[in-house]
Structures are given as structure tokens and as C-alpha cells.
Design a protein around this ligand. Sequence first.
Ligand SMILES: CC(C)(COP(=O)(O)OP(=O)(O)OC[C@H]1O[C@@H](n2cnc3c(N)ncnc32)[C@H](O)[C@@H]1OP(=O)(O)O)[C@@H](O)C(=O)NCCC(=O)NCCS
Length: 410
Amino acid sequence: MPITYRPITMDEFDQFDLAVVRGFSAHPDSNPAFKDYARRVLEPENSVVAFDGDDIVGTSSSVSFDISVPGVPAVPIGGITEVTVAPTHRRRGILTQMMRRQLDAHHERDIPIAALWASESVIYGRFGYGMAVTHEHREIDLRHTSFAHSPDIRGQVHFIAKEDAQKVFSPIYDQVRGQFPGMIRRDDLGWEAGITDFNGLRDRKPDLFYAYYEVDGVPTGYVMYRIRHSITAGDATNSVQIHEIVAANDEASAALWRFCFDIDLASTLSVGHGAPIDDGLNWMLADPRRLKRSSYDGLWLRLIDVPAALSARTYSEEGSLAIRVEDSFCDWNDGVWRLDGGIEGADCIATNDTADISMSAADLAAIYLGGTKPSEIARSGRVSESSPGALDRADRMFASPRKPWNIVDF
Ligand SMILES: CC(C)(COP(=O)(O)OP(=O)(O)OC[C@H]1O[C@@H](n2cnc3c(N)ncnc32)[C@H](O)[C@@H]1OP(=O)(O)O)[C@@H](O)C(=O)NCCC(=O)NCCS
């Protein structure tokens, strides 16, 4: 029987959810709270689902988000999620067909960018997605967390109840969102997801603690963390796991790290994409080698409409570049684009000019938020320069003062 593709209706949610859960090798009904959240976040009209007869054998959906890009706090994106193909139907091209339909649908809706978290880094490059945000898993033995110098910590950390956290945390998050490219705007459901940590619930992690740092009555940073309890030969050897640490300024950042490092009865602390990688933590520490770091890819971006995406951000330096974009999956992007950009904004139009630099749509997506320099990718042979100095110019134009960061799981 041929596979057919269409969006689902809300009435089909249970069947859809069962397919998603199975696709990730979990068991149905193992977590009702997560299922309820999945139901509320689903935009059924933006799903692309594969059917073999009446059976769902492939799932994908898209959630409407706004993301910060350099110089601009909110650009609409499709957040691609719930991507699975039934183990009984894999490697027959079903994902490829869903991606085709999904990108076409976003293009028709004038959504310039799609974003996703990839379960494996080998999957999405072929569809024109590039690694745009890099995170670090960091871990430290809490006996080695003295600061190298004493930062000015004038304020106080306070605990706050879960139900009151959004009110205090959201203005801080919104302030920080403007500083980093890659951050997703949170509405009420987004806050519920962040504060409840539905993924943590699904994985049966311990409950979170909520705290914020305040100076002169003004909250300037917050932390959500959990403690994984353990006792070794009578001694508490708990681990502190940071869910989010968000600071509007350096003082709040230092204060919140100090607070977390000084939690008693714990022996280690770990953090992943809950903190930005350029927060200077290793520079705060007197013994920085103790901070063990390993990087991993976070958000992957797909520039669905190259000229719209390139003109949606600002550029660190005034300049002009003719960029040859190779894009066989979304061939409307394939060609040479003239980008004129600067700190005030940008224009991007098709041109017959000779290209200054050439790259794939995936690599353009990888440099888009300013996290990776074009010249770094060029060293791998994937980006090429045909007019001398163009790569240097591209490095300077695409640069971002802060490294991209995204805290939102979807
Ligand atoms: C990832 C997944 C959706 C792929 O679905 P699929 O229908 O088998 O993919 P396709 O048949 O369209 O594959 C397209 C190409 O990608 C390759 N590919 C797909 N998934 C791959 C994987 N996990 N590892 C390596 N290659 C993969 C295929 O080999 C194929 O290559 P080819 O064009 O050279 O033949 C499916 O394996 C799955 O459901 N995995 C578990 C859940 C998951 O990880 N989902 C992704 C969440 S982000």
C-alpha cells in the first residue's frame, strides 16, 4: 500500500502520540503529564504525518516560535519536533517525504527559518539544516570552586515558590533574550514547560528548586536546579544539576554560580544548555582545569527563504557580499545572493554578479547566528572564497558579540 501524507486533526492525537512515543522507544502512558503538554503544544494543522492505510507510520510537527537573531529580538520560525518513523518502516524515504512537505508548507506560509534539536547529528544536514548553536556540558567537583577574584556581590539570593516563579523570571529572561542570538520567546505555555520541565518529569528526575538574585529590590538573575541525592559510606555525595541559570548582568551571574557552588551536602555540579557557554565561568574559577567541559550541538537551523532570513538580522560591520548558495533540497534558494548589511539592518536580493564566497544552505545556516566563523568552516573545505578578502569580510559581518544560546527544549 502506498504511504500517504497529511496533517492530523486533534481527534487523532492519541494515535499520533502513541506513534511518537513508540518512535522514541518509550512506552505509552508512561507519563500522563508529558502527554497532556504534548497535546496542548501541538499545532495539528502544521503537522505532517505518514499513513500506511489507517496506521500512522511517520510523525512530524511544527510549533510556531519567535527566535532572537543578531540585532533583532524576535523572528518567526517553525520549531520542528515529534519527528519519528515507525521502526517497522525506517529507511524507505518516509522522513525525506515528511521533510519535503514540511519545508514546502513553511515556504508557502512565509516562515523564513525552521529550527530543531537533532537526536543524531547525521540526520538533518541532507535537508539543509546546519548546526547553529553549540552548547557545553560542564561538570565540576565542588571542592574546587573558589573564585579567582572576589566579584562585587551586593545583593541576595531568595527562594521562590514554583507557582510564583514565572512572574519574577520572565522579565529577566526577556532582557537576556535580547543579548543572545538563538533564544526562543516564551509565552505562558513556554514558561509552564520551562518551570515544570516536562522532559525532566518524563525522565523521572527530582523536582526543581527555584531561586533568584535581587539587588536593591530588583531581580537580575534566576536559577532552577535539582539535587540528585546519594550517600556514599555515610557521606552525602549529592549532585547539583542546573536546569537554567539566567543572569541579566555579570554580577548576577557570579552571585548565582557562587550560590550553586556553595550548596551543602553536594559533591559535584553539572550544567548543560541551561547556561550560556560564554559566561566566563572558567575565568571566574581559581582552578579552572577542574571544570570539565565537552561541547555538543544544540539548535540546528534551516534557512527556508535565504534572502528573507539574511535580511532579517543585522551585521556587525557594514559590508557587501555576493554569496553563492547551493541548495538542491529547496531549489528556490539555489543561486547567487547579494547581501548588503550593517548594524542598522540588511537587504538581500538575487544577483548575476560573480560570487565572492560559496557555501551550502546548511553551512549558511550554521554561520547565520554568528556562532561559527565562515573561515572556520572554510578550513574544512566546505566554504570557498573566490574574491580575496571576502571570507575575512564575512567573518566580521556575521560575527555576534555573544555566542548563540538556546535554553528551550522542544
Ligand atoms: C531518524 C528517522 C526519523 C529517519 O527516518 P527514515 O524514514 O528511516 O529516514 P529516510 O529513509 O527518509 O532516510 C533518508 C536518508 O537519511 C539516512 N538516515 C536517516 N536516519 C538516519 C540515521 N538515524 N542514521 C544514519 N542515517 C540515517 C538514510 O540512510 C537515508 O540516506 P540515503 O538517502 O543516503 O539513503 C528514524 O530513524 C527514527 O524515527 N529514529 C528514531 C527517532 C528519532 O531519532 N527521531 C529524530 C528526532 S530529531
